[in-house]
Every structure is written in structure tokens, then in C-alpha cells.
Design a protein around this ligand. Structure first.
Ligand SMILES: Nc1ncnc2c1ncn2[C@@H]1O[C@H](COP(=O)(O)OP(=O)(O)OP(=O)(O)O)[C@@H](O)[C@H]1O
Ligand SMILES: [Mg+2]
Length: 308
């Protein structure tokens, strides 16, 4: 509970979560900037297709990381491009694994799947795993703006979700190879390496490592507001995430109005929030007069990110 928000003891991977509009992007940017100012090489990425991270940092961002301050890089990954890469990869896997006559149906299915939220989420997961693997090499710390609780929970489960898919494809592949071996009287094709199966296993191992890493090296920093409804949702997220094995940073209570301006509902919600998250600790951030964008205002905000 007393772990500093930004010291070297801070986790290498931080996911900033919370309900819409609470201040996730702003606080992710502020936290990343504070880590960078403390001498860590930091990458902050946004997973939000609306991409307001660039607005918060007042810097133009793109798919690949660009440096936005000393020690700080930021990226707004192109989700559509990630989906296209993901589909191309699945199509390639299918091409090797399923009988040729089924391929047109597989392609049609993939085209439809391309528009589904599931595919976008899977593409985004791949992208996050790529970035996570760079932590410790290219970056000391990774800050992820805005990962919905459901996505985080599924990230831990991806290796398991992938298992039936791998087993199915491996079986198909073995069947196809046996058929080839029968057809081929010389019969040495079955002795060849099977790159597809190897690739699938590699993919599962990679996701397993990522899930392990998430449990070990990641914290989720939930942002909430002094409002009862937001408190209820934050409390559910805390339960689900801790239940799944995520570590949680102290909860950030953002946009707290000055005492004189706060009505009784706000005061009551604030007291309830402090009490509810006493074990995790809370960090309280006052409502600022000016919208906290740009490095200077974000730095002032970051100075407040110390657990109470
Ligand atoms: N402490 C604060 N004081 C004043 N304004 C704030 C504060 N924190 C955030 N804001 C402002 O509130 C608005 C919402 O913040 P932000 O975009 O960071 O929220 P978000 O949780 O990322 O939203 P979304 O769910 O839409 O991605 C922005 O205009 C931001 O500048
Ligand atoms: Mg946002």
C-alpha cells in the first residue's frame, strides 16, 4: 500500500482502467511522464480507437512509438491494420491446415470475423503481447491507456482459449499428412518438419508467458470518481481483477471538487470510496481548473499521484 506511485519499485507494466470519461487517458499520460522524469525509458500506448492520448500529451502520435519527451515514447496503434495482420495470419494458418475445398468457406468466415469485436480484441492482444515482450529490452516500463476490465481478464485466459484451436488444427494437420504419406509411395513427406504446428505451439507458449508476466509484472491502476455509481463499478472491477490474479495499484479518485463546491452526495461518495478501498489505498486527484493536457499540466497532476 505504501509503494510509491512512480519510484523504481513501480511495476514495469501498468494498465490504466476505469469507467468512461473518468480520466484514464490523462492519468496514463501523467503516470508515464512521471516515470520518464524519474529516469525510466517509458512507452505509453493507447488501446482506445478514439485515440485521445495524443491530445492529452499534445503531440501527434502514430502506429509506431514516437518520442514525445525525454525518456518517453508514445503510440496509438492502428487497430484496423492490426486486424488485417491478424486475419492474414489466420488465413495463412488455415491454408496450411485445412483441405483445399474448404478454403473458400474459411475465407468468407474470416472476412466476416474481421468486422467482429472479437477479432479486434484478439489483434489488440497480439499487439500488447508484442509491446510487453519489449519491456526489459527496449523499455523499462510500459503504460497502457485504458484496458477494459473484460479485456484484461481475457488476456490471462488467451492461452487456454487457444488450446482447442491448436489441438484441432494439429489434428487436421496430422490427418492431412497421413493422407499425403499414403498418396506418396516414396512416403517421406511425413518426416518433414511441420512448421505450422510448431508455430501454433510457439504462439501458445508466447501467450502463456505473457499471462505469467501479467500476473508477475503488471499492475492495474483503476481510476474512479467520487460518485456512488462509479464506486460500485470500480468495486466490481477490483473484485474481478484480483480474483483473476492481477495486482492492483492504489485506486485513483479523480476530479475531486474543492470542499466548498462539493455537495453532500460527493462528500458521502468520497468517504465511501476511501473506506471501500482502504486496503488497496487511494490516491486523490483534485478537479483542475484547466483541462490537464500537455507535459507541464500533466506533470503537476502526476505530482499528486502519491498514495494516501
Ligand atoms: N483531475 C482533472 N481535473 C480536470 N479535468 C480532468 C481531470 N482529469 C481528467 N480531466 C479531463 O476530463 C476529460 C476526460 O478525461 P480522459 O479523456 O482522460 O478520460 P478517459 O477515462 O480516458 O475517457 P474515455 O473513457 O472517453 O477514454 C478530459 O477533458 C480531461 O482533460
Ligand atoms: Mg481515454
Amino acid at each position: 500500500m505504501t509503494e510509491p506511485a512512480t519510484g523504481p519499485a513501480a511495476a514495469p507494466i501498468t494498465f490504466v482502467g476505469g469507467k468512461g470519461g473518468v480520466g484514464k487517458t490523462t492519468l496514463a499520460a501523467a503516470h508515464a511522464l512521471a516515470l520518464a522524469d524519474a529516469g525510466h525509458r517509458v512507452l505509453v500506448v493507447s488501446t482506445d480507437p478514439a485515440h485521445s492520448l495524443g491530445d492529452a500529451l499534445e503531440a501527434p502520435l502514430k502506429d509506431e512509438p514516437v518520442q514525445v519527451a525525454p525518456n518517453l515514447w508514445a503510440a496509438e496503434p492502428d487497430a484496423d491494420a492490426a486486424v488485417r495482420r491478424r486475419i492474414a495470419q489466420v488465413a495463412e494458418d488455415a491454408r496450411k491446415a485445412v483441405p483445399r475445398e474448404v478454403l473458400p468457406a474459411v475465407r468468407r468466415h474470416l472476412e466476416q470475423a474481421g468486422a467482429s469485436p472479437g477479432m479486434a480484441e484478439s489483434a489488440l492482444a497480439d499487439l500488447l503481447v508484442d509491446r510487453m515482450e519489449e519491456v526489459g529490452r527496449r523499455w523499462d516500463a510500459l503504460v497502457v491507456d485504458s484496458a477494459p476490465t473484460g479485456h484484461l481478464l481475457r488476456l490471462l485466459n488467451l492461452p487456454t482459449l487457444l488450446t482447442p484451436w491448436i489441438v484441432g488444427l494439429t489434428r487436421q494437420r496430422e490427418r492431412a499428412r497421413r493422407a499425403e504419406a499414403f498418396a506418396d509411395v516414396v512416403g517421406d513427406s511425413a518426416e518433414e518438419d511441420d512448421p505450422l504446428t510448431e508455430r501454433l505451439h510457439a504462439r501458445r507458449h508466447r501467450l502463456e508467458r505473457a499471462a505469467e508476466r501479467l500476473r508477475r509484472d503488471a499492475v492495474v491502476r483503476l481510476v474512479t470518481l467520487p460518485r456512488r455509481m462509479v464506486l460500485a463499478e470500480t468495486a466490481r472491477a477490483v473484485e474481478q481483477l484480483t480474483g483473476a490474479g492481477f495486482r492492483l495499484a492504489p485506486v485513483v479518485v479523480n476530479q475531486i471538487p474543492p470542499e466548498a463546491a462539493a455537495g453532500p452526495d460527493t462528500a458521502e461518495a468520497l468517504a465511501a470510496t476511501r473506506e471501500r478501498f482502504a486496503a488497496l489505498g487511494t490516491v486523490e486527484v483534485p478537479l483542475q481548473d484547466a483541462e490537464p493536457t500537455g507535459p507541464d499540466r500533466l506533470r503537476s497532476l502526476a505530482a499528486l499521484l502519491v498514495p494516501r
